[in-house]
Design a protein around this ligand. Structure first.
Ligand SMILES: Cc1cc2nc3c(=O)[nH]c(=O)nc-3n(C[C@H](O)[C@H](O)[C@H](O)COP(=O)(O)OP(=O)(O)OC[C@H]3O[C@@H](n4cnc5c(N)ncnc54)[C@H](O)[C@@H]3O)c2cc1C
Length: 381
């Protein structure tokens, strides 16, 4: 297949033109604040009205049936235009692929259209105070009730749960079963009776991150994804999207690499060849990740599946993101910490702070390296 699908064709041009006309001239307030969340939701609705919020989904759910490579093209244009953070990303990029693979037709019909319009924004409720890397040790429970399940326990580190509408979580439904077996994947309303959401204030001042306390929260059978007890298998399907293709598409990194090269041209010291080489390495890394991802998309389009190799991508993109931002900070020196002065560029600092989290979320890089060692390389446990 062509390595540059969509280049110069109508789709890329349409996306580019639409974004040029619609991306807000001033960045929206942080998505991790109540006002910023609302502004980002409004932006999602604008995208959805142009049928650009979920281009790869079938038309009946608000998409255009675009191929995976076309979706990657959309993402490249989106990041190149410095368009707003996708407030619905957990639903769009994690839950939706899971519903396409494991949900029922009824669930897809009911849940996907409001997700595409950001009428329902989803949070991921997996981690618990004593279960992060070792996700199979979760303790929050789902207990059988008339027509459904009652959820109890504590979830934490749930991105934007403070402002989101619904959550997808993993619960222990059979305490007697072997730990990976007794889990069920359930969807619940963050505003339901018995749910308390407590924001966790972050260093940057945002309050989107949250703990979720559940006390006998009723969930109907219709909101079980897959069968009861199958939660681990379904969660691993979600996780392969989180680590692999969908959450961090290469457009994010090629756009940052292009900005880094511009920054070097504007502010770099030609005598500093070591820093120049880091700029070049970061740019090459972004191009390599792009090539790898288009190859993966081609493989998936030919019927392949995404499994443990998504761990390779996760380690690569998270370390690349750090390298891009660290190089920019070193290039800017003290000017990285301010905005508004000639030559200053404070947004690299925000990006750096977020990049620091990359080796942690979506499964820490230590855990990914274990997966790579055991499942891809066949090394002993
Ligand atoms: C920005 C951000 C957003 C997040 N969003 C969400 C979200 O929306 N929903 C959600 O459910 N969770 C979310 N998380 C939580 C994230 O999934 C967990 O932080 C992550 O899985 C690690 O779990 P932990 O924090 O409990 O650390 P721990 O599991 O306690 O790990 C602590 C350290 O020990 C290391 N370690 C642990 N076990 C091993 C091992 N077997 N071998 C080698 N090293 C090991 C880890 O690599 C890590 O360095 C988010 C986290 C961050 C930082």
């Amino acid at each position: 297949m062509s390595f540059d699908p969509g280049q110069g064709d109508g789709f890329r041009a349409e996306v580019r033109d639409w974004l040029a006309a619609h991306v807000p001239a001033q960045p929206l307030p942080s998505v991790d604040t109540a006002a910023g969340f609302a502004a980002h939701r409004a932006w999602e609705r604008e995208l959805a009205a142009a049928r650009l919020s979920v281009v790869s989904w079938p038309p009946e759910y608000g998409g255009r049936g675009a191929s995976l490579p076309e979706w990657l093209v959309f993402e490249e244009e989106y990041y190149a235009a410095a368009a707003p953070v996708r407030v619905g990303q957990n639903g769009l990029f994690l839950l939706a692929p899971t519903l396409f693979a494991h949900g029922t037709a009824e669930q897809r019909d009911r849940l996907l259209p409001p997700m595409a319009r950001a009428d329902e924004v989803w949070a991921q409720a997996w981690s618990e105070p004593d279960a992060g890397s070792d996700l199979a040790s979760i303790r929050a429970t789902a207990t059988r009730a008339e027509g459904g399940w009652l959820l109890s326990g504590t979830k934490t580190w749930s991105t934007r749960a403070a402002f989101a509408d619904r959550a997808f979580g993993l619960f222990r439904s059979d305490p007697g079963a072997e730990r990976h077996r007794g889990l069920t994947y359930l969807l619940f309303d963050l505003h339901a009776d018995g749910v308390t959401v407590r924001p966790i204030r972050q260093l940057g001042g945002g309050t989107g991150f949250a703990e979720i306390f559940l006390d006998g929260v009723f969930v109907p059978d219709a909101d079980v994804v897959g069968a009861p007890g199958e939660g681990w298998r379904i969660a691993m399907s979600t996780a392969s999207h989180e680590r692999g293709l969908s959450l961090r598409s290469p457009g994010r990194f090629t756009a940052a690499a292009a900005r880094l090269v511009e920054l070097w041209q504007r502010a770099g010291d030609p005598a500093d060849t070591a820093l120049r080489d880091r700029v070049v390495d970061a740019w090459i890394g972004a191009q390599a990740y792009r090539r790898h991802t288009f190859d993966t998309a081609a493989r998936l389009a030919a019927g392949g599946t995404l499994g443990a190799e998504s761990s390779l991508g996760k380690v690569f993109w998270s370390e690349l993101d750090l390298a891009l931002h660290e190089t920019a900070l070193d290039l800017l020196g003290p000017l990285a910490e301010v905005d508004g002065l000639p030559g200053a560029d404070g947004c690299w600092l925000d990006g750096y702070l977020f990049a620091l989290a990359g080796p942690i979320y979506a499964g820490t890089n230590e855990i990914q390296r274990t997966v790579i060692a055991e499942r891809l390389l066949g090394l002993p446990r």
